[in-house]
Design a protein around this ligand. Structure first.
Ligand code: NI
Length: 177
């Protein structure tokens, strides 16, 4: 197991849809172990594989520190959001955009279908933090970050702050490709 560096926005791997996992290999299991270790070290409640530079459709979520009922620790292989309900404004951040938090309007309930590490299909559904994490992470795997869910005004403000920090050498410049 290893803690891997977390890729920062706007690195290309965060902006592209990830590839489906065709088979659960030992390499995939090792990757998931690294994702857990990296997420807990950060610390965060969720991590998508492309946040450590791997363009595969895998995410891990652990919302069990929350007081909300029904919180879970789950590995999601090839997750798809099947259904959402409601709307809720909550503060949100992302390990790939450290230091930035914004209120994001998201569904208040979500249901996702995914495979587990045995290759078996399962469903994860929930509200509150779990719903938010399920959608935030599947967004990552679709090449979207939370600032894509903000108004263009707020998003541009954050992008300008990042460019300013890049010029100051205080934020990694995105590699091309
Ligand atoms: Ni994130």
């Amino acid at each position: 197991m290893a803690i891997r560096p977390i890729v920062k926005y706007p690195e290309q791997v965060l902006l592209r849809p990830t590839r489906l996992v065709a088979e659960i290999t030992p390499e995939i299991r090792a990757l998931v172990e690294d994702m857990w270790e990296t997420m807990y070290d950060a610390p965060g409640v969720g991590l998508a594989a492309n946040q450590i530079g791997v363009g595969l459709r895998i995410a891990v979520i652990d919302t069990t520190s929350s007081q909300d009922p029904g919180m879970r620790k789950i590995v999601l292989i090839n997750p798809e959001v099947l259904e959402t309900r409601g709307r809720l404004n909550e503060e949100e951040g992302c390990l790939s955009l450290p230091g930035f938090t914004e209120t994001v309007l998201r569904p208040s309930w979500a249901k996702v279908r995914a495979s587990d590490l045995e290759g078996k299909t399962f469903f994860a559904e929930g509200e509150g933090l779990l719903a938010r994490a399920l959608i935030h992470e599947t967004d990552h795997l679709d090449g979207r970050v939370f600032i894509d869910r903000l108004s263009s005004l707020k998003r541009d403000l954050i992008r300008r702050k990042i460019r300013k920090r890049q010029r100051a050498g205080d934020w990694p410049a995105a590699a091309s490709g």
